[in-house]
Design a protein around this ligand. Sequence first.
Ligand code: IBG
Length: 220
Amino acid sequence: MSDKVILHYFNGRGRMESIRWLLAFAGVEFEERYLSTREDYEKLQSDGSLMFQQVPMVEIDGMKLVQTKAILQYVAEKYQLHGKNLKDRAMVNMYCEGLMDLMEMIMILPFIPNPKPKVDNIESKAKERYLPVFEKALSGAIYLVGDNVTIADVQLLECTLMLEEKLPGILADFSNVKSFQGRMLNCKAAKEFLQPGSNRKPQPDETYVKTVVEVLKLTF
Ligand code: IBG
């Protein structure tokens, strides 16, 4: 197995994008192998690379890791992005779970025929349930947990950008979150990741949706 970190997923955001963000903040270079056809996916299944026949899969340190949260946790632990003690890690995990719940609602939108009601639901959930939590946590604090950046901060940055793409202005009543976003965007890692030509994937387009539907044989 290669020494390189290799990401196996579609050429699009989906469940892999948070992993790309975290690797960028960890300063880890990686390569990608895109699933473009059903055969690409079946090959990974038949060679035993996918524990649950699902992607994302990441080759790292001689392992083939699956399950998005397990992958994120491994990278966060390895690169000290997971909080310095048990209680901090519990806080980090709670924030990350909430953020992932919200991001999952957004990442499935391109696969929904009439997304408007879902977008409305995301807007009210974001404003009433999620953003108030982060607004409060960031009152007088630079980071969500402790004195250093953690995976929770990286995911909050990713989530705020995703929200604003769908709902411009949604942060208007959340000034601490907006300031946090500005600080995070000023980090070298974020600046590089947001440069054109970086590993960041664009917003989902028709080609990405069509590929996912064909490769996974999704039916609606
Ligand atoms: N719990 C797993 C994880 O978090 O990694 C779920 C992984 C998963 O559902 N993977 C999908 C898959 O491989 C691809 S991502 N499905 C095949 C199967 O048979 O289950 C699907 C997805 C996209 C965009 I693309 C948004 C949300 C999900």
